[in-house]
Design a protein. Structure first.
Length: 170
C-alpha cells in the first residue's frame, strides 16, 4: 500500500477524495464526508515540523451563518458545537497518520480540551493547528498531538494529548 502523492497542502476536492478512499488508496483511513468533514482545506502539512519536531498540520474552515450546525444548535443562539471542533482536530491527526504512510481505519481515542471562546455565526474563519507529539507505526499506527483552534485569529480551543489510532481493516 503506497501513498499516491504526498503533498504539503490539500484543497477541498482532495479532502473529498480522501473521504471516498481515492486519495491515499485502499487500506487507508478516510476523512468523513460532509457535513461531518470539519475543514475546507489543509493549508500545510509536514512530517518534521511543529512544536515537537515530529510533524504539523494546519487547516481552515470558512464560516457563514448558513452552516448546518448553526441552524440546529441552540436555535436563536447559533454556535458551533464544541464536539465538532474537537472532532476536526482528531480528523487532522488521522489524516496526518495516513499522509505519513500508515494504513488502517481511524479512531479517536481520547484527549483533553479547554474551551476559551466560541465559534459563533458572526465569525468568518476557523484555523486549526495540530502539533504531533508522538507517532508510532507498530504494533498499531498511533498518534498523539496537541492542537489549537482559532476563530477569526483568536484562540478558542486548546487540546492536549489528542490520541488517534488506525485499526486494522479486516
Amino acid at each position: 500500500m503506497a501513498i499516491i502523492e504526498r503533498k504539503n497542502s490539500y484543497n477541498y476536492e482532495e479532502l473529498l477524495a480522501s473521504g471516498r478512499g481515492d486519495l491515499f488508496g485502499e487500506g487507508f483511513a478516510k476523512l468523513p464526508a460532509p457535513p461531518m468533514l470539519m475543514f475546507d482545506r489543509i493549508t500545510y502539512i509536514n512530517g518534521d515540523g511543529g512544536e515537537y519536531g515530529k510533524g504539523q498540520i494546519k487547516a481552515e474552515l470558512d464560516l457563514n451563518p448558513d452552516l448546518w450546525f448553526y441552524k440546529c444548535h441552540f436555535i436563536g443562539d447559533p454556535v458551533m458545537p464544541g464536539c465538532l471542533g474537537l472532532d476536526a482536530m482528531w480528523q487532522m491527526v488521522g489524516f496526518f497518520l495516513c499522509w505519513s504512510g500508515s494504513p488502517g481505519r481511524g479512531r479517536a481515542l481520547g484527549g483533553e480540551i479547554k474551551f476559551t471562546g466560541q465559534a459563533t455565526a458572526d465569525k468568518k474563519l476557523l484555523e486549526y493547528q495540530v502539533d504531533i507529539k508522538k507517532h508510532m507505526r507498530k504494533p498499531l499506527p498511533f498518534g498523539v498531538a496537541d492542537a489549537i483552534m482559532k476563530a477569526d485569529g483568536e484562540i478558542i480551543y486548546k487540546a492536549k494529548n489528542l490520541k488517534v489510532g488506525l485499526m486494522p481493516i479486516e
